[in-house]
Design a protein around this ligand. Structure first.
Ligand code: GDP
Ligand code: IMO
Ligand code: MG
Length: 432
């Protein structure tokens, strides 16, 4: 792993195992940056037998003397961030590593979460097909305010005057929406204002200029890793719109969400699960609602790290992966959860789609197109052996090696890391 600036993204619908791969890479990088999304993310790291789930903190936080950055592109839920900081700190203020939170990151206010829930309920009542199944973390409404230029930024939490002005403007706009359209009680200024100033007091020591921190780190020759949240197929532009999240989850997102010239990215890593999962609504061609889906869910522990919802599961979708390779310019793949396929009675991969009676190999990047396709499967030889103890590619059973070889051949991208279990030790490195 010799590259200086790397972007790591989810190549499917999220929960590919990004957290564990970031943790693996963080051994060798100096800086880890979260650059989009918010507490809708749930990134699991299992280190020394202990499970950590990061929603807002970068997954590099477990290593000492790193610089972890929450970039301007993130939407920040202060209460959640403070909780994560406190959980990690053995003593107040001592989190073992340096954390910088961008002053320009937008703040998820309590009314964003209320608007998120109210908007979902509104859809359910007026057009159930439009329900997204969000995480309820206020992500969409917060990004709406950002792009509408009315949002509260982290810097406002330490500036009582601007905070008051912004909150009053937001109240004037949102209260009629809450009361008249959604039939909800209005926003109460006083309690939110006071709470926001308390958040500001706590977060003040961490606030900084993330663009400058990133640029300086690169200048010093430090290795910087950008940690994507969600996945390519949940990207607001390139995902299965409208069943997506509200940020740029593709690799390009790190340039705007973290302040980086596109030419500075040395390597883009795509994290891909050996099968597929999806949480929330939206088309999912390989979803298996029967025994296979249930086996994958149970064996893979496929329950949301943020909401606890059971994840929808199905076979690996190569049309989707090839699409991810294309829109992200993937240089290398990290293949996770290969061990979950051990012991399956059958093993299938979706190699193309059938649409209107014709075979197509291209992924349609909208929900309307994807709803029309049917997966075309190829069968692979399953393996029975437990592979969780395998330390090298050569130790894997030949059927598992064939599966990995096929993914490489069909995607055109090298599989540089293989996850054979959730822990740090269950990782096979191949020139990663
Ligand atoms: P993320 O959001 O992409 O970071 O992924 P999540 O943490 O939401 O979900 C991945 C889940 O799979 C977590 O419970 C991980 O501990 C687990 N996991 C990651 N890699 C592996 C692997 O190679 N094998 C197994 N069995 N579990 C894994
Ligand atoms: P990580 O980073 C899986 C999904 C939600 C919903 C849609 C929109 O752990 O991979 P939102 O709350 O973002 O407005 O919800 O996106 N979603 C995720 N699914 N993993 C995630 O994050 C997700 N973050 C959002 O389930 O379908
Ligand atoms: Mg997750």
């Amino acid at each position: 792993m010799r590259k200086i600036v790397q972007a790591l993204i989810g190549a499917q619908w999220g929960d590919e195992g990004k957290g564990r791969v970031v943790d693996a890479l963080a051994q060798e990088v100096g800086v880890v940056v979260r650059y989009q999304g918010g507490a809708n993310a749930g990134h699991t790291v299992i280190a020394e037998g202990k499970k950590h789930v990061f929603h807002l903190l970068p997954s590099g936080m477990l290593y000492p003397n790193r610089l972890c950055i929450i970039g301007n592109g993130v939407v920040l839920e202060p209460e959640q961030l403070i909780k994560e900081i406190n959980e990690l700190a053995p003593a107040p203020g001592d989190i073992g590593t340096k954390l910088v939170v961008s002053r320009a990151a937008h703040v998820v206010m309590p009314y964003h979460k209320r608007l998120d829930a109210a908007s979902e309920a509104f859809r359910k009542k007026n057009n159930p097909d439009a329900v997204i199944g969000t995480t309820g973390r206020g992500i969409g409404p917060c990004y709406v305010d950002k792009y509408n230029r009315i949002g509260v930024r982290a810097e406002d939490l330490v500036s009582p005057e601007s905070l008051e002005k912004k909150l009053r403007l937001n109240m004037a706009e949102k209260n009629p929406l809450l009361e008249k359209i959604y039939g909800e009680p209005p926003i109460e200024f006083e309690s939110i204002y006071r709470q926001a100033l308390e958040w500001g007091d706590f977060l003040r020591p961490y606030l900084g200029d993330s663009s400058f921190e990133i640029a300086s780190a690169i200048e010093r020759g430090e290795r910087v890793l950008f940690e994507g949240a969600q996945g390519t197929l949940l990207d607001v532009d390139h995902g299965t719109y409208p069943f997506v999240t509200s940020s740029s989850c593709v690799a390009g997102g790190c340039c705007t969400g973290g302040a980086l010239g596109p030419g500075r990215i040395d390597r883009v890593i795509g994290v891909v699960k050996a099968y597929c999962s999806r949480v929330g609504e939206g088309p999912f061609p390989t979803e298996d609602r029967g025994e296979v889906g249930e086996t994958l869910r149970q064996n893979g522990g496929e329950f949301g790290a943020t909401t606890g919802r059971p994840r929808r599961c199905g076979w690996l979708d190569m049309a989707a992966l090839r699409y991810s390779v294309m829109v992200n310019g993937l240089d290398v793949l990290a293949l996770t959860k290969l061990d979950v396929l051990s012991g399956m009675d059958e093993l299938k991969v979706c190699v193309a789609y059938e649409m209107d009676g014709k075979r197509v190999s291209v992924f349609p990047n909208s929900a309307y197109g994807l709803e029309k396709v049917r997966p075309v499967y190829e069968s692979f030889k399953p393996w029975k052996e437990d592979i969780s103890g395998c330390g090298s590619f050569e130790e894997l059973p030949s059927a598992a090696r064939d599966y990995v070889d096929y993914i490489e051949r069909d995607s055109g991208v090298r599989v540089g890391l293989i996850g054979v279990g959730p822990g740090r030790e269950s990782t096979i490195y191949r020139d990663f």
